[in-house]
Design a protein around this ligand. Structure first.
Ligand code: ADP
Length: 393
């Protein structure tokens, strides 16, 4: 486990965070200037905290109280940056070898990252996605104890981005160390990470599961725009910003542009987006967009009506009630006026129908993509990396 408790003051900005990272991927989300890269630099030893400590298991990497500091080279941290940092006058093999610790890790890394076909290519001839794949190979060749990925998808086109995302989704579960993945894209975070941290203006706003962190993010918070954070919103606005992430599986794609998503034994119609049949997805539903009814919603323009049970009612300060509902294990929050809760006699334990429009699902993320079918031998015009990107057998 990586334990980080650090403070770092830079001009006009202070990072002050206390976080622990288990083995597995933690996505670090937040607007530009939130301090995400600074956090990674402190962990890697590329920058020094003003105070606090960084520990990996019982190894002390930094401790201001005892004046302990482990040199960057002895932390054994693997890194991927926004822009690949490879030696462009050398070939791929030489670049991967730069990070190498032993022969055994070399073979494993080549297998995992699929860089074998690139080995003798000069770095300068590689595409952006291929370069990032080599960066990943180099980082893993060093048998890292911690892996830091700082927006590795920056500047990649859609095809390369998807390929790298697929590659990381296969490789990262095999890397049994804490992986910190900085991004401001919800879909990348949901696809790769099991834990989430929302950082803003140098502070941790929330940390935990996708539902706890992504679900709690305020509406219209532009992750790209610095300064905006959920905590800056008035309390009522924050409560109204509550959303739920519903997880399901894409059962069918309609020609009308709808995806039929199976949620337990029920179905939700969602905008099809980039889904494929079989994808496991998250759908985000804002509490304020949900209508509650004791009866199933039929002949309404809202396409979705899910049967559930009320878990709890939370009274808010503004005359509204947040109703927490369980739908076959999925947790959904609905915001209603206190008077409505009274009129409908909403109570914990009662069955209820949750009704919403497909267009209310304003965010959908692929959590786990179905394995691509084996490509036919016909040439693939769209992608240079497609052949290398089939599941590792
Ligand atoms: P993020 O990665 O979330 O975009 P950064 O960690 O890069 O955020 O930056 C956080 C803040 O620290 C920003 O206000 C940035 O201007 C400032 N900062 C980062 N590096 C330095 C530095 N070397 N010197 C002064 N200020 C810096």
């Amino acid at each position: 486990m990586l334990e980080v408790d650090v403070r770092r003051k830079l001009s006009g900005f202070t990072l002050d965070v206390k976080l622990t990272f288990d083995v597995g991927v933690t996505a670090i989300l937040g607007p530009s200037g939130a301090g995400k890269s600074t956090l990674l630099r402190l962990i890697a030893g590329l920058d020094r905290p003003d105070g606090g400590s960084i520990r990996l298991g019982n190894q002390i990497w930094f401790d201001s109280a005892s004046g302990t500091e482990r040199d960057v080279r002895h932390r054994q941290v693997g890194m991927m940056f926004q822009h690949p940092r490879l030696l462009s006058h050398m070939d791929v093999l030489a670049n991967v070898e730069l990070g190498l610790r032993d022969e055994q890790s070399y073979e494993e890394v080549v297998r995992l990252t699929g860089v074998e076909p690139l080995m003798l290519r000069p770095v300068a001839s590689l595409s952006g996605g291929e370069k990032q794949r080599v960066m990943l190979a180099r980082a893993l060749a060093g048998k890292p104890k911690v892996l830091l990925l700082d927006e590795p998808f920056t500047g990649l086109d859609q095809v390369s981005r998807r390929e790298l995302l697929n590659r990381l989704a296969r490789v990262l579960p095999e890397v049994r160390v804490p992986v910190l993945f900085v991004t401001h894209a919800f879909d990348e975070a949901a696809r790769l990470a099991q834990s989430f941290v929302h950082l803003s203006a140098g502070e941790v706003i929330s940390s935990g599961t996708a539902e706890e962190v992504l679900g709690g993010m305020a509406p219209n918070v532009d992750l790209e725009r610095p300064g905006q954070r959920a905590a800056d919103l008035p309390a009522d606005a924050h409560e109204a910003a509550t959303s739920s992430l519903i997880s399901g599986e894409v059962a069918a794609l309609e020609s009308s542009g709808l995806a039929r998503v199976r949620v337990g034994g029920q179905t939700v119609d969602a905008p099809a987006g980039n889904f494929s049949v079989g994808d496991r997805v998250y759908l985000r539903l804002w509490a304020r967009d949900v209508v509650l009814s004791p009866l199933p919603g039929r002949q309404l323009s809202a396409r979705n009506s899910l049967a559930g049970r009320i878990n709890a009612l939370e009274k808010l300060h503004n005359g509204q009630v947040l109703v927490r509902i369980d739908i076959e294990g999925e947790k959904i929050a609905a915001l209603v006026m206190a008077q409505t809760a009274k009129d409908l006699r909403l109570e914990a334990g009662k069955p209820i129908f949750v009704i919403f429009k497909s267009t209310a699902l304003d965010l959908s993320m692929v959590v786990e993509e179905v394995a691509a079918p084996k490509a036919p031998s016909a040439p693939d015009a769209g992608s240079k990396e497609a052949g290398a990107d089939h599941p590792v057998e």
